[in-house]
Design a protein around this ligand. Structure first.
Ligand code: UFG
Length: 341
């Protein structure tokens, strides 16, 4: 298939692009490089540099060398929860307005498949754990609200298309780890200019780039008092995108039954606390990693763990990198290699 991946110069997008290439697809990356990196775009993919809303019509219309587009994976997004509170306009425009333009272009050019990067942040503070897809969606931050708005927009477009557009929204829990280097292809991992995620921050302590890690609250109603999250390896996440495309390419009753738009959680179903993650990083790096308890971070839910039963049953997804130390080890290899690159 010829597949367009937006945000393909970013962390998740670049790993997805590599998996698509490995599976033999033609890949066009659309990225404005505002947060992504040119050198993260896998060789073998064609990069169209530009804003998704501005270039969607040309790329999906077969402009340049693209030809007919069989599907789009839409990863491009603003994704910092904290920033979304102080600059909501950036998130409503960057996530919602941009995606509405992409959806218009998809419909105009009759692109039949869409896989969207949604998030566990659409659920907010859960009432039950693990979280299933029919749990209430009450986002506690603007980032989650914008992703939920897009999920709704996709649902209505898919329903109105009368079967012309099929879509899958994948609700990621805590993506972590890195895609290891293979042959000439470099490792692909998390390289944010503004880093807010736990594992890369803890590894920065091990690398001597920061003195200690702040633990945001030790008074949560969890076993050790720190927040619990469901960490999923980025390679397992990427595989789910390929499976979603396969499902959309077939005559899938699951898509029809979902009104043309299927929503699937992606997580391992196991929660690890902040202290357990820090401990795993100490084991993997051999560094003492000083930690200090700090106040809770605004908008953080205490526990976020996925039920991925639907992804397993409907997509046939089976995560294979479920060991926390293994996830951290891949992130550590990447962090060390990108420091010396
Ligand atoms: N944490 C710390 N100290 C830090 C950074 C994080 O204690 O310096 C804690 C957080 O409070 C949280 C956990 O580590 O309990 C994980 O935090 P991350 O920032 O790594 O991830 P989040 O769970 O906040 O958010 C991630 C994605 C979001 C997504 C969300 C949904 O980054 O995009 O998962 O589950 F919306």
């Amino acid at each position: 298939m010829t597949l367009v991946i937006t945000g393909g110069a970013g962390y998740v997008g670049s790993v997805c692009a590599q998996h698509l290439l490995d599976a033999g697809h033609d890949v066009v990356v659309v990225d404005d490089l505002s947060t992504g990196h040119r050198d993260a775009v896998p060789s073998g993919a064609r990069l169209v540099e530009g804003d998704v809303a501005e270039v969607a019509d040309e790329v999906l219309g077969g402009g340049g060398d693209t030809g007919r587009v069989d599907g789009v994976i839409h990863c491009a997004a603003r994704s910092l929860v904290g920033e979304s509170a102080v600059d909501p306009a950036k998130y409503w425009h960057g996530n919602v307005v941009t995606t509405l333009a992409l959806l218009d272009a998809l419909r105009r050019h009759r692109v039949p498949r869409l896989v969207f990067s949604s998030t566990a942040a659409t659920y907010g503070e859960p009432e039950t754990s693990p979280i299933t897809e029919d749990a209430p969606t009450r986002p506690t931050n603007t980032y989650g609200a914008t992703k939920l708005a897009v999920d709704h927009a996709i649902g209505t477009h898919a329903a109105a298309s009368g079967g012309e557009l099929g879509a899958v929204s994948l609700r990621y829990f805590n993506v972590a780890g890195a895609h290891p280097a293979a042959g000439d292809a470099p490792a692909l991992g998390e390289r944010h200019t503004v880093e807010t995620h736990l594992i890369p921050l803890v590894l920065q302590v091990a690398l001597g780039q920061r003195d200690e890690i702040a633990v945001f609250g030790d008074d949560w109603p969890t076993a050790d008092g720190t927040c619990v999250r469901d960490y999923i390896h980025v390679d397992d996440l990427a595989e789910a995108h390929l499976l979603a495309l396969d499902l959309l390419a077939g005559d899938a009753p699951a898509i029809a039954e979902a009104g043309g738009h299927l929503v699937c959680n992606l997580g391992n179903g196991t929660g690890f606390s902040v202290l357990e993650v820090i401990e795993a990083c100490r084991r993997v790096t051999g560094h003492p990693i000083p930690a200090r308890v700090a106040p809770r971070r605004t908008g953080d839910p205490g526990v976020l763990v996925a039920s991925s039963a639907r992804a397993r049953e409907t997509l046939g997804w089976k995560p294979t990198h479920t060991d926390l130390d293994g996830i951290v080890a891949d992130a550590w290899d990447f962090a060390r290699s990108s420091r010396t690159a």
